[in-house]
Each structure stands twice: as structure tokens, then as C-alpha cells.
Design a protein around this ligand. Structure first.
Ligand code: VGL
Ligand code: ZN
Length: 201
């Protein structure tokens, strides 16, 4: 029996986050089979797609002398500077070729403003600018959100926390997620999610 009030969120399952990609997550491609098989159990299917212009301010390349994975200060706070990834229209920004995307109801693109990064599917990194996903899910009568995808400790983590703040019940499916794990970021993300009330399955 499908649940009509539960959405499956499939976060950033794109070439650049898979082995061989510009910001490869170890085992990133391993989530594809699990996510594909979960799709039949949900009535609301949402994909997110990290979608940056080439001059995006989260790219180390756009900050003179900055190394990838260093931290800079943006008007909205600390920001990790990433290798150039998920550039709009590039192969790296495409979904993994084996991910089933035809049955998705909605694709949320995020990170398309040069001056703000967006980890979360709900709010950009300034924590103010909305992507529109909260309104979409409410309009469809969604009460519960199930999270899968990449990366557990960045985009999945921020999406989970924002889903809770937006009033949804949240479950994270760990075998359908993989992490970047920079300086213990996976353990701290899992701790923070558990403490906030995310069900970790
Ligand atoms: C992500 C870093 C930069 C993610 C996206 O999908 O977790 N991480 N952009
Ligand atoms: Zn990004």
C-alpha cells in the first residue's frame, strides 16, 4: 500500500557526486539501486539537482588562491569552498545514468544563484531564501519526508533538518545515502539529526 502523505526525496544523485565526478562521494553510485527500488513505495517522488552557474561563489576556483575544501566567510556565514561541480548543463550535473528519473513528480534545482550556496532542498545557505519545496509538499498533503541520496553530511543533512523545521516527520535511509565525511562531518551530522528527532533507519 502506497502512502499518499509521504514523499521520497532523492538528493543530488548526480555524476559529479559519484566515483569519477568532480566532487566524488565514496560509493555514491551505490545508492542508485536502493533508491530506484524504493520509488514504487511512494506516491510523491522528488529529485533535487545541484545546479550551479560557472561563476558560483562556492567554487574555490572563483576565489583567488583558495584551495578546495578550505573555508571562507560569506555574508551569510562560513562556507566550504568546493571543487567546481554540477555546473549547469554539464555532464557532471546530470543525474546518474541508472537513476530512474522518469517517475519523479518534481525536480528541485538549487544553488543557481551565484552569491548563495544551497545544500538544503528547502532553504539556501543564507537560511532565508526558500526553494519552494515546503509549499509544494504542503499543497500535495505531504506529512512525512523520507530522505535518500548524496551527501549524507551536507545536502541530505541540511534537507533533513529543514524538513523537520518545516513541520514534516523525517526519516533518513542510511543504506540509500553516502557521505563526504570531511573532518568528522558524518558523525556530527548523524548526532545532530538524531538529537533533533530524525528517524535514522
Ligand atoms: C553537496 C557540497 C556542495 C551535496 C552539494 O550534494 O551534498 N555538497 N554541493
Ligand atoms: Zn554544490
Amino acid at each position: 500500500m502506497k502512502s499518499h502523505d509521504t514523499a521520497l526525496l532523492m538528493i543530488d544523485i548526480q555524476n559529479d557526486f559519484c566515483p569519477g565526478g568532480a566532487l566524488a562521494v565514496e560509493g555514491g553510485d551505490e545508492v542508485v539501486a536502493a533508491v530506484n527500488s524504493m520509488q514504487r513505495d511512494y506516491d510523491v517522488l522528488v529529485l533535487t539537482q545541484d545546479w550551479h552557474p560557472a561563476d558560483h561563489s562556492s567554487f574555490a576556483q572563483n576565489h583567488q588562491g583558495a584551495e578546495p575544501f578550505s573555508i571562507t566567510t560569506m555574508p551569510y556565514g562560513d562556507q566550504v569552498l568546493w571543487p567546481t561541480h554540477c555546473v549547469q548543463g554539464s555532464h557532471g550535473a546530470e543525474f546518474h545514468r541508472d537513476l530512474v528519473i522518469d517517475r519523479a513528480d518534481l525536480i528541485i534545482r538549487k544553488g543557481f544563484r551565484s552569491e548563495i550556496d544551497s545544500y538544503s532542498a528547502f532553504f539556501e545557505n543564507d537560511r532565508q531564501t526558500r526553494t519552494g519545496l515546503t509549499g509544494y509538499l504542503r499543497d500535495r498533503g505531504v506529512k512525512n519526508v523520507v530522505l535518500t541520496g548524496l551527501a549524507t553530511d551536507f545536502c541530505v543533512y541540511y534537507s533533513a533538518m529543514d524538513a523537520l523545521k518545516s513541520g514534516f516527520k523525517v526519516k533518513l535511509i542510511t543504506n540509500a545515502c553516502r557521505a563526504i565525511d570531511m573532518d568528522g562531518s558524518l558523525a556530527s551530522a548523524l548526532d545532530a539529526m538524531r538529537a533533533a528527532g530524525v528517524e535514522i533507519a
